[in-house]
Every structure is written in C-alpha cells, then in structure tokens.
Design a protein around this ligand. Structure first.
Ligand code: OAD
Length: 270
C-alpha cells in the first residue's frame, strides 16, 4: 500500500516538471462506466455478458460488419441504449480537458463511441475517435452520408434505416470488427512516440490495432495504467506505473496532488 500511495505524488511531480510537456492518452469504455454506460468485457456488468436477449452467435457479432449485413436488428437494438445525448461526462473526462487547458495534452486516442470527450470540452483537434462514433452515418454500399436527424429518429423508433439513394443498409460511422480504422487514426499513430507520458485509462487493451499503440511509447517514456485490473503488458517495463482502482477516484487523487482539484470540480460542475 505504501508503494502505491507514493506513486500518485510521484506521477504528479513528473507532470509538473519540465520533462513532461506532451501527454498522450489511450481511453477505453472504463472511462465512461461512471456515466452509466456499460463497458464491454467486465464479467457481470459488461455489454457482452448481457446480450442473451439478442440471440447472437457470439457477443462480438453485434459489432461485426459481416453479421450486420445479414442481420442489423441486434445492432440497432443496442444503438438505442447507447445513443449519445442521455449521458454526461465523468470526472476523468473533465480531467482530460484540464490537461488540454494546461497545455499538456498532445493527443487523446479513444476507443469510445460515446463522444463524451467532446462533450467534456476536450478540443476537437486533440481527439482521435479511433473506433468512430454515432456523430455521422453512411450507407454501407454506396457510402453516401445519411442525415443525422433521420438516424436519430430511426434509432428511437427502432426502425432499420436504409439509404435514400440505393436502399442498402445505413450505419453510424462506428468501426466494426472487419472494418478499417479511420485515416485520422492511422495518420496520428506517430504522436505516441512523441509522448513524455502515456496515460492508459479504462481499457482491457484487447482490441488491436488500438491496443498496440501502447508499444509505441519510447522505452524511457513512463506508461501509466489507470484501470480496475491489470491489462496488456503494463508493468513489464521498468518505467511503467500501474494504478489499480476506479479511474475517477485515482484522477481525483492525482488532481489534488497537482493542485488542480478545485479547477477539476468546477469544470465537471459546469
Ligand atoms: P473493455 O470492456 O474491454 O475494457 C474495459 C476495462 O475498463 C476493463 O479492464 C475494466 O476492468 C475497466 N473498468 C471498468 N470500469 C472502470 C472504472 N470505473 N475505472 C477504471 N477501470 C474501469 O472495453 P474497451 O477496452 O474499451 O469496439 O474495449 C475495446 C473495444 O472492444 C471497444 O472499443 C469496442 C469493443 O468491442 C468496438 O465496438 C469496435
């Protein structure tokens, strides 16, 4: 415990030092569970443990492009529950905005499709939504854009949207298994090797290529994992720091050490 209790003050000291100018973040669903959005792989509460009612061949099928073409109903059933608008950002999201305000945020890579980073006020040019989002939609065949308001209505009514031009299936621009990640992600991978600090928060690091970003940090760059459980190869490098627990709790402790606590709460309360 005493080793753990020193880790956060040491991390705060590093963040305040001249050595730490560029912080890169890697986020996963664990960042948003406190907002009321389930993650995917937690054993009891995760989305994949609660999809029996959708009669899927296996849970991930709901996000597989091949399965979606044959049967879009399970995805659109879930889409209604996950559709942005009814959730508010967490303390961890506000902490990321604070990093940007202190001119420390180099890039925030997120796997989340909930757009809570944007809602928290993290600048658009510092966010890479590696798995896309609900913010735009397209036909999966002719690729023509599909109107967002129409999508919202279709999702609410539990109707399956089809392209107004070719009548094929339309889907939000969420990256499904079997699809490529956005060019913006591919073009920004290099940012990770420029980092003075890599913060990895709320992800099981099981989905590639996203998870492999963690290997791109230089050997001397501290990689800090903030997660409920130990994941990936975090802890294998001498410079790794593993902080286990709820990310909001850890971020609050860190903000206190940085002298940012009042600022954090004020941002979050906005
Ligand atoms: P997972 O559900 O795989 O992992 C979430 C991680 O966050 C787990 O290790 C949890 O223990 C941890 N966690 C949960 N709540 C937390 C909290 N309050 N504080 C700290 N840690 C917490 O989610 P992702 O890693 O994001 O892809 O999943 C990666 C991708 O798999 C997703 O983007 C999605 C999914 O299939 C697509 O949909 C394309």
């Amino acid at each position: 415990e005493s080793a753990k209790s020193k880790k956060i003050p040491q991390l705060a000291e590093y963040i305040k030092s001249d050595k730490c100018k560029r912080i890169v973040l890697m986020l996963g669903a664990g960042v948003s569970t406190a907002a009321g959005i389930p993650d995917f792989r937690s054993p009891k509460t995760g989305l994949y443990a609660n999809l029996q009612r959708l009669n899927l061949p296996h849970p991930e099928a709901v996000f597989e492009i091949g399965f979606f073409r044959r049967n879009p109903v399970p995805f659109y059933t879930l889409a209604r529950e996950l559709y942005p608008g009814k959730f508010r950002p967490t303390l961890t999201h506000s902490f990321i905005r604070l990093l940007a305000q202190h001119d420390l945020l180099h890039m925030c890579f997120t796997q989340n499709i909930d757009t809570l980073e944007r809602q928290a006020g993290v600048p658009d040019d510092k966010i890479i939504e590696a798995h896309g989002s609900f913010a735009s939609s397209r036909c999966i065949e002719c690729l023509r854009p599909y109107d967002n308001d129409d999508m919202k209505i279709m999702v609410e009514c539990q109707d399956i949207p089809h392209c107004h031009h070719c009548e094929n299936l339309v889907k939000p621009e969420i990256v499904f298994f079997g699809e490529a990640l956005p060019p913006k992600f591919v073009n920004s991978i290099g940012k990770v090797s420029e980092a003075d600090l890599l913060l990895i928060i709320g992800t099981s690091l099981t989905v590639h290529p996203f998870a492999s970003l963690a290997w791109r940090a230089s050997d001397s760059t501290p990689r800090v994992l903030i997660n409920m459980d130990s994941v990936g190869d975090l802890g294998h490098r001498r410079s790794d720091v593993v902080l286990l627990g709820k990310c909001d709790d850890i971020v609050v402790e860190l903000a206190k050490e940085l002298g940012w606590y009042d600022e954090l709460v004020a941002l979050w309360d906005e």
